[in-house]
Design a protein around this ligand. Structure first.
Ligand code: RB5
Length: 154
């Protein structure tokens, strides 16, 4: 299950991505917003991010005007590693290197065709599982848990 959420700035792009997910036969849950009326992105980002953090949704895709507000908000939820990106290289590396579990896209930044390429590569790329990447992600998790910042240079 893929969690989706948008504000008004990402509403149209979210609907485009639903078409792609239908084509890919991937199930999704839309946490809103449900109209193009102006709204606050955090209202919709938090429940979607919490569903991913709880494991109810394996991944999540967020949409606002730039992706920035959604990205900031999602990354405040413990266990979320959200990437905002507008290119396929970052989308792939965010999965293989960073094990990103959420993706934020800007509806005013990327067109529908590019966004669909980004989403497809992001969904289809697996985490490499390399030890160096696992170590770096563990450092982020420790920081999130209130542990001191890593200070050993490697
Ligand atoms: C809304 O105008 C816009 O600020 C929002 O969609 C998003 O881009 C914020 O990061």
């Amino acid at each position: 299950m893929i969690a989706l959420a948008s504000d008004h700035g990402g509403f149209a792009l979210k609907n485009e991505i639903k078409v792609l997910l239908d084509e890919m036969a991937l199930a999704y849950k839309d946490f809103g917003t449900d109209t193009a009326d102006s709204c606050d992105y955090a209202v919709f980002a938090v429940p979607a991010a919490e569903a991913v953090a709880r494991g109810e949704c394996e991944r999540g895709i967020l949409f606002c005007g730039t992706g920035a507000g959604m990205n900031y908000t999602a990354n405040k939820v413990k266990g979320i590693r959200c990437i905002v990106c507008s290119d396929c290289y970052t989308a792939a590396a965010s999965r293989s290197h960073n094990d990103a579990n959420m993706l934020a896209l800007g509806g005013r930044v990327v067109g529908a065709d590019l966004a669909k390429m980004i989403v497809r590569v992001w969904l289809e790329t697996e985490f490499s599982g390399d030890e160096r990447h696992k170590r770096r992600i563990a450092q982020i998790s420790s920081l999130e848990a209130g542990q001191p910042a890593p200070n050993v240079r490697q």
